[in-house]
Design a protein around this ligand. Structure first.
Ligand SMILES: NC(=O)c1ccc[n+]([C@@H]2O[C@H](COP(=O)([O-])OP(=O)(O)OC[C@H]3O[C@@H](n4cnc5c(N)ncnc54)[C@H](O)[C@@H]3O)[C@@H](O)[C@H]2O)c1
Ligand SMILES: [Zn+2]
Ligand SMILES: [Zn+2]
Length: 342
């Protein structure tokens, strides 16, 4: 089968013929239809410090996908051939305290699809049936391809109650955009989105932000004033991984405000701890998705009319992966999809 492979420990990805994955007991084999390009894939392609420390070549990359089940391993009973599925890309140990307690998103030995084992940028991917999400509600194929990052957005956005609250989202990348859409849909009063890219701020406006603010030109406090907020934001969703964004967020929260932080900073950095303590701000780190409560929420949010269409801005055949990756790396558009069906 064809697959996008990190063949050598150097920058690049190569479309190669590789053997189809083995289907072990408890696994399902999925014929991949579409995949989403994630920041992680960009790191692996660029072969930066994180990638060269974390990845062992050769590796089939990719973890955001939708496809159709074509084969069942021994003992699989609750997934059927022909089911349309996406996959939870965190493979958990099943044995640690959190796994045994049903808190699989807190597993201490998570292995990432397309990071620690062969991934989904291929004609076929094999996964444990327990990592598969069957789309029982009809869903657009492109949206189904990005359930993994959509889940990051939902997990973060629904960490704290949002109804009637004023929400600040720092970072209008694909995940920040989806989080803003979820906050809006879930009943927030104002959703303010910040970024430094005008193109991405335009997407934030399309997805329903009350205000999209370019922080290279204006300050968040100006946005507060424009919307008539007097005491700061109730909920913050940090989606940029940038130190200045978290610092600005902390400075613009109300007393007792809640911050859910998904953005992954490249390094340690100082923040105003006195403000966090004296304003009694809650700061919660978010990793991945809750299995499978977040996935349930995603499906029913879409069923209830949540529209993610503006988030997807690039569609390419898998053979045009160079152009697709350049598009995704530009940092200007939304999500980029690769089609594997032709
Ligand atoms: N915790 C997890 O499980 C998890 C999973 C996936 C991604 N992530 C992280 O979540 C973040 C969002 O992912 P993404 O794919 O949308 O990333 P992205 O890099 O596409 O988006 C980040 C956005 O932040 C913007 N930005 C830069 N400086 C800013 C500032 N000062 N204020 C506001 N915005 C600023 C950038 O212009 C960019 O549009 C990234 O940091 C990523 O590494 C975490
Ligand atoms: Zn991803
Ligand atoms: Zn575990």
């Amino acid at each position: 089968m064809k697959a996008l492979v990190k063949e050598k420990a150097e920058p690049g990805l190569w479309l190669r013929d590789v053997p189809e994955p083995a289907v072990g007991a408890g696994d399902v084999l999925i014929k991949v239809a579409r995949t989403g390009i994630c920041g992680t894939d960009l790191h692996i392609r660029a072969w930066d410090g994180w990638a060269s420390r974390s990845i062992t070549a050769p590796l089939v990359v990719g973890h955001e996908f939708v496809g159709e089940v074509v084969e069942l391993g021994a003992g699989v009973t609750d997934v059927a051939i022909g089911d349309r599925v996406s996959g939870e890309g965190h493979l958990v140990c099943g044995k640690c305290r959190n796994c045994l307690a049903g808190r699989r998103h807190l597993c201490r030995a998570t292995v990432g699809l397309g990071v620690g084992r062969d991934g989904a940028f291929a004609e076929y991917v094999a996964l444990p049936a327990s990592n598969v999400w069957v789309h029982r509600v009809p869903v657009d194929l492109d949206v189904a391809a990005i359930f993994d990052p959509f889940g990051n957005a939902v997990h973060t956005a629904l960490s704290f109650p949002l109804v009637g609250e004023d929400v600040l989202v720092t970072g209008a990348g694909p995940i920040g955009l989806m989080a803003a859409a979820v906050a809006r849909h879930a009943g927030a009063r104002n959703v303010v989105v910040t970024d430094v890219s005008e193109e991405r701020l335009d997407l934030a406006r399309k997805i329903g932000a009350s205000l999209a603010l370019n922080v290279s030109e204006r300050q968040i406090v100006d946005g507060q004033r424009e919307l008539g907020l007097r005491e700061g934001f109730d909920v913050g969703l940090e989606m940029s991984g940038r130190p200045e964004a978290l610092r600005d967020m902390i400075a613009n929260m109300t007393h007792g405000g809640k911050i859910a932080m998904l953005g992954l900073p490249a390094e340690e950095f100082p923040v105003d701890w006195v403000r966090i303590v004296t304003s009694m701000i809650t700061l919660k780190g978010i990793y991945g998705r809750e299995m499978f409560e977040t996935w349930y929420a995603m499906s029913v949010l879409l069923e209830g009319g949540l529209d993610l269409a503006p988030v997807i801005t690039g569609r390419y055949d898998h053979r045009d992966h160079e152009a697709a990756f350049a598009d995704a790396a530009s940092g200007r558009g939304g999500k980029v999809i690769l089609d594997w069906t032709s």
